[in-house]
Design a protein around this ligand. Sequence first.
Ligand code: MCN
Length: 791
Amino acid sequence: MSIPPNPTPGLKPSNGSVMGTRVLRREDQVLLTGHARFVDDLDVDGALVACFVRSTQAHARILSIDAADASAVPGVVGVLTSADLDGLMAGSRFPMGPHLARSALAHDVVRFQGEPVAVVLAETLHAASDALEAVIVEFDPLPVVLDPEASLAAGAAELFPEAGSDSLIMKFPAVDDLHEDADQILTARFVNTRMSAVPLECHGIVAEPRGDGGVTMHVSTQGVHTTRGGLAEALGLDESLVDVVAPWVGGGFGAKGGWQPEHVVVAHLARTYGKPVSWKETRSENLVSMQARDQIQHARLGLRSDGTITSLEVIAISDAGAYPGMGAMLPMATRLMAQGNYRIPKIQFDCAAVATNKGPLGAFRGAGRPQATYFVERLIDMAARELALDPVDMRRRNLLQQHELPVTTATGAEYDSGDYPLALETAVERVDYARVRQEQAERRAAGDHKQLGIGVACYVEVTAPFGTSEFAGIEILPTGRVQLRVGTGAHGQGHETTFAMIVADQLRIPVDAVDLIQSDTRLVERGMGTNGSRSVQLAGSATLAACEQVIDHARELAASLLEANVEDIEVSEGGLQVAGVPTSRLSWAALVSASLDDDRRPSHLRPGLGADTDFEQGCSTFPYGAHAAVVEVDTDTGAVELVHMVSVDDCGTIINPTLVEGQQHGGLATGISQALYEHIAYDEHGNLLTGNLASYAMPSAAEFPFFDTASLQTPTPHNALGAKGIGEAATIGSTPAVANAVIDALAPMGITHIDLPLTPERVWRAMSDAREGNISAPGHPWPIVTTGDPS
Ligand code: MCN
């Protein structure tokens, strides 16, 4: 197979279009010079400050809350508990029924350490902080549930007795004779770590009461309209009475897609007290509540002796934490992607979500898909070892070929386009696979204390999985500048640049002549925000469609003004012209002013040059890629060093290669970090052990080698841009690639698996055990998932 030397698109396509070129991020000027204003920078006159009293217990009944001393602290305006909030509920994007619903402040029972039980409202942050210390909460501890498998097996209802169960089970119709074609079945259990999204900016809100009983909120959020909908419902208000504005947002990584109970409380207080109220989350508050992943999979892979995969059986158990919502839905995304890039004729995949006394589980970069790729790619490596096949060969034997796409998988994913073998071969070539294997053999033979490991992983993922339509509107102003409004909300991705490029390309104007308006419900009519790597394909396509409508309209106007046929009017640099007659042309500014002039505008045309569109893609898209990692494992200490990381990613047609590479780099850091470093940990009482960045292992750039990235471009047929998403892709393939590399280094010791993260301690323990001949076989019984609604 021939490999393109560097498939990353070049600087400038030959047709002169700005699309696909390395336009520098327009937003960096304001960000790098410190002029961007985040929620914390908003200085609202007379704003009161809210701080939350949080549970010290993981599971307990609240016996009493004594706020007398706290209320007496100078500057304190009030200390409120659930009893003072008229039954205010937090609301949920994914409600799981009345028995599992959450109070905005804990009512009677707390279900995780850090759950808000009271709120202090004060004139200053200092007063509020002092008062927090003076609130005395008396708890009566309840049994703490931290093991979702044990809870599922016992059918426990410790957290939600009224619901009758702490588990939600999603069981699908049985696949007939599932493993009948298998010569052997490989069994394994995987734990996908509990992590935190750790955006640079934590949650924050400033809520200002409006004169009409409504409220305007500045919130650090990825989706202002979703946040408005949720807050309006929780407050019992019509949406017209709620405005949500996101100023600059310092990262979200999927975890700022909705709203927090704290947001609801703050908005309620602003309306009740008739004053602006702000809340700025601390890092430790963020770490107790912004948690994600945490899924256990029990898997059986059916195999023929030649390495052909025949079948897959999985039970995925999501540890949904204290209040199942998003955490109960995520296994469904895992299920959708369970077939990976392979031909697997039969799949039985059932799921359960279990409530435990940990922070409520939410979304985080990849949201359900990394869980799938991790177990699929670990299984393939295990199978290769079992069958004495090279892991790359094992993949080659089972990969779906380009001509087999589009295809609907056994779990219902509709893969649109891709060349999975090309991605794998590109990664293998770039990592210099044969040479690294050779060096590995030499080090093994020499008994080098630093052993080399090489891991590969293929992935396919789903983008635009939650909502396949998006809004965009454009307006050309009399100055010739263009205003673009989109329903998505960038929080680091560079949309100001990307969407401006699409408009610039269509209207043949400079990228700098486009102003992006986003993340403000007062200025943008509707939208579903930024999540699931949906923005470019959906809002970008809506932008393209809006431009086309404006051009159609403007061509009619120009034809009339230039006394030419509409068919002869074409877009030229900065305006429209009669084809082949550059002297007969009108700039966009001239066209707008003519259009606003009743005497010059033909009567059948409306004034102004603008268009609003809702692009409906109607389906998701499926980017793919392959990653390869080379690690050195110190067999004395267990320390792992990542020495080479190759990432080959497809996101369909690329708008801006520099921004795509930025997403690849960020995604890789997240995925590698899950493999090696990050892990939310609790002790046996449900105390969070990783409540700050000294104990939660957040890596910096110093922990990584320079990433070796390449792009493939297989356009999707589902939108005119040909674009799929890239925002999460590199996260998804990198975790299993690195994990496979570490296990590969340790293979001669007989080690077949270590649960993430592969910290020096875990690797060292596995090596010590192996040296003592203690290799653990799958010791966990297959979980029984018997009931549930097949829907
Ligand atoms: N792009 C492109 N061509 C394409 C697709 C994308 O040039 N075919 C480029 C564009 O420049 C676009 C960027 O890649 O600005 C990301 O586009 P897309 O894949 O559509 O993803 P979204 O813009 O919808 O971003 C969401 C995605 C998600 S789900 C998470 S989580 C995540 C991520 O983006 N969170 C981020 N990347 C992040 N980056 C930063 N800095 N901060 C976060 O919180």
